[in-house]
Design a protein around this ligand. Structure first.
Ligand code: SF4
Ligand code: SF4
Ligand code: FES
Length: 322
């Protein structure tokens, strides 16, 4: 039945309740549109723009679930507007579309996600080991396929930031943004930590500066990920295990003492990140919506925050087990 497919009310209409406003404030406005078969939420938003509200702001690019631009909260759930079919929403009920709550609103459905770009700058990049003589002769690195595949899952991320939006650590606590990387960047760190060639050690940064311990594994991030990345099971939990190994496992500690050290320390790794120093995630100068609790707008440098990062030269391997 067409009525069931398009999920309209009995008069063949859909009621869209869309948040309108800017950083000063706003409110929901209702738009009643003719229902059309086979549409996604973004289609209806575009029809609202075309007919009722030409000044309605929304961000989109691909309409194929691949650019990560059209993130919003549909009936309270962080979702891609272009991948949410109207026929999956409760039939006959008003559809509520709001901007992502964890980020400052620019206008209507468009939010300022620059917090995420600032966090990204603080992740120490891949630092590949030296080639072995065999590899030099062969002209490239040799890696086992199984090792390569471990981190491939995380490369599917489209940076929609829905996981960042749903994570209660920043969603309900703006103040945590200064020291919390969030699920998208935990998978980035996991991808690099699990890379068979990488020599950086990000464990201490994750623990002391990027708030890995604040994640209590609720799996909300995994539930909203449109790429179905198992963020919690495959990235966050293994990272937590690595951090615990580094700090508390006496056998692992002894093993590292005996073994030739192959990983670059947290401080050295952080120094490789494009931005200044190993400070957590607070951007130099700050960005809109991120409070600056330590000082008046300058960068937070190593040693100026509680639980400041390791001193230069100190590494996880050099810690005695506790
Ligand atoms: S599992 Fe952790 S990172 Fe994911 S939403 Fe929950 S607290 Fe946030
Ligand atoms: S991990 Fe998933 S939810 Fe998070 S930014 Fe990437 S694609 Fe989006
Ligand atoms: S428009 Fe590209 S993901 Fe929705």
């Amino acid at each position: 039945m067409a009525e069931e497919i398009i999920r309209s009310n009995q008069s063949g209409e859909v009621t869209m309740r869309i948040w309108r406003g800017d950083e000063e404030g706003g409110e929901f406005a209702e738009y009643v549109m003719p229902a059309q078969e086979g549409e996604v939420v973004l289609d209806v938003i575009h029809r609202v723009q075309a007919s009722e509200a030409p000044d309605l702001a929304c961000r989109w690019n691909c309409k194929a679930g691949k650019c990560g631009s059209c993130s919003a909260e549909i009936n309270g759930r962080p979702s891609l507007m272009c991948m949410t079919r109207m026929d999956t929403l409760p039939p006959g009920e008003t559809v509520t579309v709001a901007p992502m709550r964890a980020f400052p609103v620019i206008r209507d459905l468009v939010t300022d996600v620059s917090y995420n770009y600032e966090v990204a700058k603080r992740i120490p990049p891949l630092s590949a080991r030296e080639k072995t003589p065999d590899e030099v002769e062969a002209g490239g690195y040799r890696m086992a396929q199984i090792d390569v595949e471990r981190s491939q899952e995380f490369r599917k991320c489209i940076e929609c930031f829905l996981c960042q939006d749903v994570c209660h650590v920043v969603r309900d606590h703006e103040e945590n943004k200064t020291a919390y990387a969030g699920p998208r960047f935990f998978i980035r760190s996991a991808e690099l930590e699990m890379h068979p060639l990488d020599t950086n050690d990000r464990r201490q940064l994750l623990q002391e500066n990027q708030g890995l311990g604040k994640c209590n594994i609720t799996k909300c991030c995994t539930e909203v990920c449109p790429e179905h990345i198992k963020i919690t099971d495959n990235a966050i939990i293994p990272l937590k295990e690595r951090v615990v190994d580094a700090k508390y496992d006496p056998v692992a500690w002894l093993g590292r003492k005996i073994r030739t050290r192959s990983k670059r320390s947290a401080a050295d790794a952080a120094a490789l990140a494009p931005s200044q120093g190993p400070a957590a995630v607070l951007p130099p100068g700050g960005v809109h919506g991120i409070p600056q609790p330590h000082g008046q707008g300058g960068p937070v440098l190593a040693g100026s925050v509680p639980n400041a990062p390791v001193a230069p030269g100190q590494s996880v391997e050099e810690d005695a087990p506790e």
